[in-house]
Ligand binder design. Structure first.
Ligand SMILES: [Zn+2]
Ligand SMILES: [Zn+2]
Ligand SMILES: [Zn+2]
Ligand SMILES: [Zn+2]
Length: 489
C-alpha cells in the first residue's frame, strides 16, 4: 500500500473529533488514502456463516481450529485466529462458539487483534475514540439487542477469561461494538452480501451529504479514497454515510441512527436541497408554487412564491410521507401499484421529490427486467420510451447531489444509456427515424457513455465499478462501430 500522507494532515478539534485536512492543492481523482481493512465482518444480526478468509457463504469448518467456517475454495484463515482456538488460550472454548453465536464475529475479531501487539497499535486510534455509553443506553432496543446477541453470549462463552489482559466487562464490550459500528463502512462481499469494514484512517472522515471524496472498495475490501473535486490546502476531507437520494430529514435521521451525528452541510442548510427540491411539496394555493421546509423556523412547509406564502403544516407533510413510504413497501414489485402511486402523488409532490424518484426507479427497473425477459417478443416502443424518460428524470438530480466524480451519476448515466440505445435501435429498425436522426442519436449516446467512463476512471479494476466500466466500454464500442457504419452520410 502506498503512503499518501504528504497530502493530508491529521487534525483534532472538539466539534469534528479526529479528522483529515488537505495539506496542499489536490486535483480531482488524486488518491488520498489507500488502506487495508482493520477488520471485515458480517453485521451483528447476520445468521449465515461466512468463510473466515473470503467472507462468502460457508457450511464447513476449519479442520485445524474447528471454530471458524471456511468455504470450499479457502484452506486456511488468519494464523493467529486459528492458533488461538486450536492450541492457544481459546482451545478450551466450545467448538460451536460461532455456530451458536455468530453475532459475536466482528467483536471477536477486534479482541483477537488487540491480543497482538502490532495489530493493537493499529487499533489504537479506534480505541482512543471516546464513547459515552449513556448516550447509547436508551436507544430503541438497540442496546438490548446488542446485549443479547453479542455481549452476553461472548461473556457466557468463557472468552472473557481467555483475554485476561484486556479486562473485559460488559461495558468495555458494548463500547467496542459501538466503535466498530461508528467507524464501519458498508462493503459488499463477492456473493453480493453486505458486510462491515473497519478502516483506521478511513474511520476518521467526518460526514457531509455533499462529500468531496469518493470511497472505492476492491474485491479484497481495500479502500481507496480519492478526491471527487479539486481540493485546496486546508479543506476538510469529507465522506458521506447517507443515501444521497433521500430527503434532508430522512438523511439526518439515518445519520443519527447509524453514527449519532448531526449534519450541517450546504445541502442540509438549504431548504431547496441544492435546487433539486427533493423534499419540496406542490403548493395547494397557487398553480405553480412549491413549498419548502422552513428549516430555522416552524419546520412547516411554506410556498416560495412571494405573492402566495401559503403554509402546509409539518405534521401533514410527515403523515403523507409515511403513507407513501408504507404504500411503497406494499407495492412489492407490482408495476401497476407503482404507476398508481406515481399518478396519485405527483399532484402533491415536486417532480424531483425523493419519494417520486424512488417510485420512478422502481418502475424503470421493472421495465428493464421485463425487457430482458421478453427479448424475443416485440419490445414495446412505448414502454422503452417510458424507461428512457424515467431514467432521464433521475440524471439532473444525481448530478446535483453528488458533485464532481460521482459513482451515483455514472450509474444513472449507464441505466439511461442502455434504455436510450435500445430505443434508438428499435426506432431505426422500424423506420421511425431516418439515418441522419439515427446518427445524431448515436452521437448523443456516445457522449453519455464517455461521460460515464470519465466519472469511473479512478475506480479500481477489480471492483463492482471496475466491472461496470468494462460493460460501458463494450456498449461504447458497439455505438462507435455503428457510427462508422452509418456515419458516412
Ligand atoms: Zn473462502
Ligand atoms: Zn482455523
Ligand atoms: Zn448534510
Ligand atoms: Zn403558493
Amino acid at each position: 500500500m502506498q503512503d499518501y500522507n504528504e497530502k493530508l494532515n491529521d487534525v483534532y478539534d472538539e466539534q469534528l473529533g479526529r479528522h483529515l485536512v488537505a495539506s496542499m492543492s489536490i486535483e480531482a481523482g488524486e488518491t488520498l488514502l489507500d488502506e487495508r481493512p482493520l477488520l471485515v465482518a458480517p453485521h451483528w444480526e447476520c445468521g449465515q456463516l461466512k468463510c473466515a478468509q473470503c467472507l462468502q457463504e460457508s457450511y464447513v469448518m476449519c479442520r485445524k481450529c474447528q471454530v471458524y467456517p471456511l468455504c470450499m475454495d479457502c484452506s486456511e484463515h488468519d494464523a493467529f485466529e486459528c492458533e488461538f482456538f486450536a492450541s492457544g488460550a481459546g482451545s478450551r472454548i466450545s467448538k460451536d462458539l460461532l455456530v451458536k453465536n455468530y453475532g459475536i464475529c466482528a467483536l471477536l475479531k477486534l479482541l483477537l487483534l488487540l491480543e497482538q501487539p502490532e495489530q493493537r497499535a493499529l487499533c489504537q486510534t479506534l480505541l482512543d475514540t471516546p464513547v459515552k455509553l449513556e448516550d447509547y443506553r436508551n436507544e430503541d432496543g438497540l442496546w438490548q439487542e446488542r446485549d443479547e446477541q453479542v455481549v452476553r453470549p461472548l461473556i457466557s462463552s468463557g472468552l472473557v477469561q481467555a483475554f485476561p489482559d484486556q479486562q473485559l466487562t460488559a461495558e468495555v464490550l458494548h463500547a467496542h461494538c459501538i466503535r466498530i459500528d461508528n467507524s464501519a463502512y458498508e462493503v459488499t462481499a463477492r456473493d453480493g452480501d453486505t458486510l462491515k469494514g473497519v478502516y483506521v484512517r478511513g474511520a476518521s472522515l467526518p460526514h457531509s451529504c455533499v462529500p468531496n471524496t469518493v470511497v472505492a472498495l476492491d474485491e479484497q475490501f481495500n479502500m481507496k479514497l480519492y478526491a471527487a473535486v479539486p481540493l485546496e490546502s486546508g479543506d476538510i476531507i469529507y465522506t458521506s454515510y447517507t443515501n444521497p437520494l433521500m430527503g434532508t430529514s430522512q438523511r439526518q435521521h439515518q445519520l443519527r441512527l447509524s453514527r449519532h451525528k448531526e449534519c450541517a452541510c450546504t445541502r442540509c442548510l438549504d431548504a431547496t436541497e441544492l435546487n433539486t427540491h427533493m423534499s419540496s411539496m406542490k403548493c395547494r394555493d397557487c398553480p405553480d408554487g412549491y413549498a419548502v421546509c422552513e428549516l430555522s423556523g416552524s419546520g412547516d412547509w411554506r410556498c416560495l412564491n412571494a405573492s402566495c406564502g401559503a403554509v402546509i403544516p409539518a405534521t401533514e407533510v410527515h403523515e403523507l410521507l409515511a403513507e407513501v413510504g408504507s404504500a411503497l413497501v406494499e407495492a412489492r414489485g407490482e408495476l401497476s401499484a407503482y404507476e398508481a402511486l406515481l399518478e396519485q402523488h405527483k399532484q402533491l409532490l415536486h417532480p424531483n421529490h425523493f419519494l417520486l424518484l424512488d417510485i420512478k426507479q422502481n418502475i424503470a427497473s421493472i421495465l428493464r427486467a421485463a425487457a430482458l425477459m421478453n427479448s424475443l417478443n416485440d419490445p414495446c416502443k412505448k414502454l422503452l420510451a417510458r424507461r428512457v424518460e424515467l431514467c432521464g428524470d433521475l440524471l439532473p438530480v444525481c448530478r446535483a447531489v453528488v458533485p464532481g466524480l460521482s459513482k451515483l451519476y455514472a450509474i444513472a448515466l449507464f441505466e439511461y444509456l442502455l434504455a436510450f440505445v435500445e430505443l434508438t435501435e428499435l426506432q431505426f429498425a422500424e423506420g421511425d427515424v431516418n439515418k441522419k436522426e439515427y446518427v445524431a442519436q448515436l452521437t448523443r449516446a456516445r457522449s453519455v457513455a464517455k461521460e460515464a467512463l470519465d466519472l469511473l476512471q479512478f475506480e479500481p479494476e477489480n471492483s463492482a465499478e471496475g466491472f461496470l466500466t468494462d460493460r460501458i466500454g463494450v456498449e461504447l464500442e458497439r455505438i462507435e462501430s455503428d457510427l462508422m457504419k452509418y456515419g458516412k452520410l
